[in-house]
Design a protein around this ligand. Structure first.
Ligand code: GDP
Ligand code: IMO
Ligand code: MG
Length: 430
């Protein structure tokens, strides 16, 4: 398999990690390139569940190399926690997990600011994960952040940390009349032991990847969040603070765009969203609850209930455009097993006008009324299906309609359950 980027095509939680785990077999290096511990990536293998927030999901496959690249905002404590969990489960990461020295650190103050901003926003809050993502990226762009590589020289780290913390504390006090309840010396002590544990993982990952490419190693880029949470192209301001689309794999890891051969869009067969913001096909009724229950739609990071609705092809068409999708991976088809009829949004109506293209203006989007085509359900279990031909005719028709509405981008796989084995292979990545 050549080099591939995996991206979410909706609002995150499409089942990216399940597909990454599936594709890891044919890859050598799995790379996280944006976002941070706001991600919650679930992989289930032989009934055992792993949830990753920072460590790439490929780590559970022995001998694969995993990289947390420069575009990620790095929560060191969360990272070490995940390593400990992996070790407890008999998964050894020694010598095959690396962190970019250029990745920015998410510091405890960033989380305090994230939560304070949210609580000050009242009803207009974004509903962030509280993981300090926005404030850490804000520091990066303001050129006031600390990076993983700063930890290498401890004395210089201490100076930078103390300066950074005192600036934040003052600003926080001026803005909110209070300051974060964090003891500076205690934090430095914490970082001192974190540093000792992190040093073996820190390297120039862009150079590592460059050398790997010279040896024809195959790269798998693990996107986090989803296209409509992208800081530029998503439903701003109800988005995350990084670019989540495929182009970010290049800047977020330091490879040229020509390195990328395939872009696989993960498409949940219905739609979910966690956090606030517009959601045209959201169902506020018992059908929405049924989807939520059947899909186990609880956030893997915050445990919040995910909002649910019918599949929205207007969104996914835009995802095809923004990411240059070469393949679709359809997930959670099995969640629709028990519905008499299933709706699929073909286009919107805004002020009585037919709209085929997802609006860039959020006020327009808020007025969008989804227009549906109703398809018959299949009312049976998909367990044991190993090809499209094995699927009941109504499920085949649903998949065909979904693809037709999404520019007929070729389907790579169809996922019919959370387990690695519950996957229908349709194509291979060359
Ligand atoms: P990610 O953030 O895109 O990696 O997705 P999450 O891990 O947050 O959420 C996807 C959830 O759906 C996880 O609990 C997966 O185990 C589960 N899942 C993935 N694919 C399927 C599938 O085809 N069917 C079902 N029923 N569950 C799935
Ligand atoms: P994965 O990788 C779903 C959402 C939050 C909130 C908004 C901003 O598991 O698909 P942030 O903490 O990033 O500042 O929050 O983005 N969000 C996600 N929603 N899946 C995710 O990641 C998400 N990461 C962030 O709920 O609405
Ligand atoms: Mg998730």
């Amino acid at each position: 398999m050549a080099n591939a980027v995996i991206v979410g095509t909706q609002w995150g939680d499409e089942g990216k990690a399940k597909v990454i785990d599936y594709l890891t077999e044919k890859s050598d290096i799995i790379i996280r390139f944006q976002g941070g511990a706001n991600a919650g990536h679930t992989v289930i293998v032989d009934g055992k569940k792993f949830v990753f927030h920072l460590v790439p999901s490929g780590i559970i496959s022995p001998e694969k190399i995993c990289i947390v690249a420069n575009g990620v905002v790095f929560d060191a404590e969360q990272f070490l926690f995940e390593i400990d969990e992996l070790t407890e489960n008999g998964i050894d990461v020694t010598g095959r997990l690396f962190i970019s020295d250029l990745a920015h650190l998410v510091l405890p103050g960033h989380k305090s600011i994230d939560n304070q901003i949210e609580s000050n926003m009242g009803t207009s809050k974004i509903g962030t994960t509280g993981r300090g993502i926005g404030p850490a990226y804000a520091d990066k762009v303001s050129r006031t952040g600390l990076r993983v590589g700063d930890l290498v020289d401890w004395d210089s780290f201490c100076t930078k940390f103390i300066h950074h913390y005192s600036q934040k504390k003052n600003l926080f006090k001026k803005l909110y009349g209070t300051s974060p309840d964090l003891d500076e010396q205690e934090m430095l002590d914490r970082y001192k032991s974190i540093r000792t544990r992190l040093l073996p993982y820190i390297t120039d990952t862009a150079y590592y990847i460059y050398n790997a490419l010279q040896q024809n190693k195959r790269l798998l880029f693990e996107g986090a969040q989803g296209t409509f949470l992208d800081i530029d192209h998503g439903t701003y301001p109800f988005v995350t603070s990084s670019n989540t689309i495929s182009g970010c794999a290049s800047t977020g890891s330091g490879v040229g765009p020509g390195v990328i051969n395939h872009v696989v869009g993960i498409v949940k067969c219905y739609t979910t969203r966690v956090g606030n913001g517009p959601f045209p096909t959201e169902l506020h009724d018992s059908t929405g609850e049924k989807l939520q229950k059947a899909g186990g739609e609880f956030g893997a990071t915050t445990g919040r209930t995910r909002r649910c609705g019918w599949f929205d092809s207007v969104m996914v068409r835009k995802s095809v455009q923004l990411n240059g999708l070469t393949h679709l991976a359809l997930t959670k088809l099995d969640v629709l097993n028990d519905f008499d009829t299933i709706k699929i949004c073909t286009h919107y109506e805004i002020d009585g006008e037919v709209i085929e293209q997802f609006p860039t203006n959020i006020a327009q989007l808020e007025k969008a009324v989804p227009v549906y085509e109703t398809m018959p359900g299949w009312k049976c279990d998909l367990k044991g299906c190993t090809s499209i031909a094995d699927l009941p005719p109504a499920a085949q028709a649903y998949v065909a309609k979904l693809c037709e509405l999404c520019y007929d981008v070729p389907v790579l796989i169809i996922s019919i359950g959370p387990e690695r084995t519950e996957t229908i292979k349709v194509k291979s990545l060359s």
